[in-house]
Design a protein around this ligand. Sequence first.
Ligand SMILES: Cc1cc2nc3c(=O)[nH]c(=O)nc-3n(C[C@H](O)[C@H](O)[C@H](O)COP(=O)(O)O)c2cc1C
Length: 403
Amino acid sequence: MDKPKVVLGVSGGIAAYKACELLRRLTESGHDVRVVPTASALHFVGAATWSALSGKPVSTEVWDDVHEVPHVRIGQQADLVVVAPATADTLAKAAHGLADDLLTNTLLTARCPVVFAPAMHTEMWEHPATQENVATLRRRGAIVIEPAVGRLTGVDTGKGRLPEPAEIFEACRRVLARGVTETDLKGRHIVVSAGGTREPLDPVRFLGNRSSGKQGYALARTAAARGARVTLIAANTGMPDPAGVDVVQVGTAVQLREAVLKAAADADAVVMAAAVADFRPATYAAGKIKKKDGQDPEPIVLVRNPDILAEISTDRARPGQVIVGFAAETDDVLANGRRKLERKGCDLLVVNEVGERKTFGSEENEAVVLGADGSETPVPYGPKEALAETVWDLVARRLGAHV
Ligand SMILES: Cc1cc2nc3c(=O)[nH]c(=O)nc-3n(C[C@H](O)[C@H](O)[C@H](O)COP(=O)(O)O)c2cc1C
């Protein structure tokens, strides 16, 4: 099979160097990538880098290799065009149909999905001109990834940072696999919890679990791609924020409960993918607990943590709100899952078998989604994104039934 053809447009922002990592990820995962930088982009990263990393010629103008008509051919042949970083200037040109270099010509001739990953200072991003250009591009079907919040060019921070290359790559991979037409969660607010809580014993030690947060991040990323406004409540994940998602960082089960209840107040659906500790140490030692010569350690007394899934399922913040839980079981998986679904009162329960090398930290998952209506949806072994898409299919169907 031919490799999917991707055009990587790079415009003249300080984040142009991050496009090198995106290029690497695309080529290493079997894509045929042609880099089309703007002339400004070459002030930041030179043509030699793009050419060597892509194995293809690089030009910014329509006047090179004219016999091959590159200003038309590159766009026509592409399966995906991604512009990262997309400057305010390039967004404006694209929105207005200007075509004064190879990248803007390519954007006009492409009939494939187009993804823009804007990066600029907060003032430029928030300017009504940029916002209107972004709205125009989205109305025409382009995907414009929301910039991240964080450190900008200088010492300043704010919204406008390029999302991490890994996140842009995931967005591209998804668009190539599923197209851009899925917007069944548009207008919905979705809350996802991810990761594993840590219950402190003293300033240096905690009781934790092996959850990496990857399944929750896949859920957040795919919900955003399907048009939802997503709040991700992340417990100790240490991963870059998924593009276009509001992230709230928490540490303990009590903090996670507080953040979930707050975000759930106006949510259409809440998916509790985080592994929340059932118990926490009854006491917290303000100083590090020391070994005492000749003495056995003090036993750790545990108390119960709040059961967040049961609480939000019983006491729904909004009528028709869909609640999804996760059950990690080590044995008698389906029977335990069914009992848990009834006990908690949620609408859907994703049941998977866990073990030291299963599920936790891996890129793949296998599960059965149990419905309160008695349904069972098996999800075969595959990427965590695939399980996430199945969850959203089921959630969207339930939300559609309650409009
Ligand atoms: C150091 C430096 C950093 C810049 N960073 C950005 C940026 O992150 N985003 C942006 O929209 N423009 C940025 N600019 C301005 C653009 O380079 C300028 O608007 C240029 O005309 C963009 O051209 P292009 O869209 O054809 O690449 C930067 C300029 C300089 C000198």
